[in-house]
Design a protein around this ligand. Structure first.
Ligand SMILES: NC(=O)c1ccc[n+]([C@@H]2O[C@H](COP(=O)([O-])OP(=O)(O)OC[C@H]3O[C@@H](n4cnc5c(N)ncnc54)[C@H](OP(=O)(O)O)[C@@H]3O)[C@@H](O)[C@H]2O)c1
Length: 230
């Protein structure tokens, strides 16, 4: 058993909920770098599983709606396409800690909404750039020809999140594009669609990177997809 570190104990989050009285809480916080999760699994467990659990308990205690964001990396990549009925068997510490987070959130706060999504793309301007921001900035050293994801526009994801939350959805949902691509194919389509002909070099995925994480979005999710003109 791993004891909860001091910063997560005590009345902290409950006191904040009491003071702010939000109608809903959206938890996007995570240790999201797979490399950092690998080098510091304890921090990964705290941020991705234990903290969401504390938050879920506090939200449940005062009847506040919790929306928790999760990932396609809870799946192995060996038996796509994934639906909510698929067994989740992650290949990474990041994936395992996110899976524990999903399970703990739903256990502690049965009315919570947990959304699994894929690589989020679009212009955000946050500290950590999205894949398309990295592509446009020339920061991607290589794109995998053998790793498939359901690249998801971040604005569509945000709209679906709000719609599902406001509509009272509870439990797990998959929110992603209806079409999946290899990183290489997606990068080519995205950059050529902007008149950029210089593409990152194509490479093979390193050991431990899931092969095919295509997901089938839940029924209520809007039919967004990426095409050549996007
Ligand atoms: N981006 C994607 O393509 C993608 C795909 C699938 C799922 N997701 C999920 O979407 C959510 C958001 O991902 P993201 O890409 O926006 O991640 P991100 O850019 O790494 O942002 C995560 C945020 O969590 C904060 N955080 C991490 N540990 C914390 C801690 N111990 N205490 C307080 N704050 C902490 C970080 O703050 P600092 O910057 O100060 O550390 C950062 O602001 C995550 O749940 C992730 O699993 C993302």
């Amino acid at each position: 058993m791993i004891p909860l570190p001091p910063q997560y104990r005590g009345p902290g989050v409950s006191a904040i909920l009491e003071e702010v009285r939000p109608s809903a809480v959206i938890n996007c916080a995570a240790l999201s770098s797979t490399a950092r999760c690998r080098s510091d699994p304890r921090a990964a467990l705290e941020a991705n599983a234990l903290w969401p659990s504390v938050l879920a308990r506090a939200c449940a205690a005062r009847g506040t709606r919790l929306v928790h964001v999760s990932t396609d990396l809870v799946y192995s990549g060996g038996n796509a396409p994934y639906t909510l009925q698929s067994p989740a068997v992650p290949l990474s510490i990041y994936g395992w800690t996110k899976l524990f987070g999903d399970m703990l959130v739903l256990r502690r706060s049965p009315g919570a909404l947990v959304l699994r999504t894929s690589v989020l793309v679009g212009a955000v301007g946050a500290a950590a750039p999205t894949f398309t921001e990295e592509l446009l900035a020339g920061l991607v050293p290589g794109v995998y020809v053998d790793a498939i994801r359901s690249f998801t526009p971040i604005d569509g994801f945000a709209e679906d999140l709000l719609e599902l939350s406001e509509g009272g959805a509870e439990g797990l949902r998959i929110v992603c594009s209806r079409q999946a691509y290899t990183r290489a194919a997606f990068a080519e389509m995205f950059l050529r669609g902007r008149g950029i002909e210089t593409l990152p070099p194509q490479t093979y995925r390193p050991a431990g990177t899931p092969a095919d994480l295509s997901m089938i979005p839940s029924e209520e999710v809007r039919a967004f997809r990426f095409g050549p003109g996007d």
